[in-house]
Design a protein around this ligand. Structure first.
Ligand SMILES: Nc1ncnc2c1ncn2[C@@H]1O[C@H](COP(=O)(O)OP(=O)(O)O)[C@@H](O)[C@H]1O
Ligand SMILES: [Mg+2]
Length: 156
């Protein structure tokens, strides 16, 4: 069903969780995987500066490609350096004939209380292929807390 999967990573714990999800889907469907990272830029008053070094960005993608290959997946990496992250994800997906985009629900920003990060939100609006959003480790914690609350009280 999914021949070509794109997994978008930003180095956050959420996208660390999205990668194994993409790998698992790829194993099930025999898909190829493209790992994409877009270097983000912050617009300061006087200049536009990158939030990471080029070496860090290259390493992030290379490590993820290696992990996918070690899991037996045919994987390639792509690094983009543009301001509009969501647009770059969707455009890369279209250019590569991607039929599933996998990403985390949140990313590196520390805005609390948001269910969905802005990049994921935009990709879901712009993409014309399915988007699999991995809720990440925070969701796992939420579930275990809920389970603890719902536990029946011990009989007395
Ligand atoms: N620069 C990026 N390059 C590739 N993927 C990204 C990038 N930024 C975010 N993503 C993807 O989008 C997901 C959600 O991140 P984002 O929407 O930026 O949330 P937040 O607002 O919490 O930073 C990440 O887990 C990752 O999968
Ligand atoms: Mg972000």
């Amino acid at each position: 069903m999914f021949k070509n999967i794109l997994v978008a990573i930003d180095g956050s714990i959420y996208s660390q969780k999205a990668l194994p999800t993409a790998i698992e889907v790829a194993q099930k469907f025999g898909s190829d995987v493209c790992v994409l990272h877009v270097s983000e830029h912050d617009r300061g008053r006087a200049a536009v500066f990158s939030l990471e070094t080029p070496a860090e960005a290259t390493r992030l993608v290379a490590d993820a490609v290696k992990t996918a290959r070690e899991a037996g997946i045919s994987a390639v990496g792509e690094l983009r350096d543009v301001a509009a992250v969501a647009k770059a994800i969707v455009e890369t997906a279209a250019a590569r004939g991607i039929d599933l985009i996998v990403m985390g629900s949140r990313g590196l920003s520390d805005v609390q209380g948001l269910l969905l990060g802005s990049v994921t939100h935009k990709v879901m609006q712009l993409a014309d292929v399915p988007v699999l959003v991995d809720r990440g480790p925070a969701r796992v914690k939420e579930f275990s807390r809920a389970a603890a609350v719902q536990k029946p009280a011990a009989a007395c």
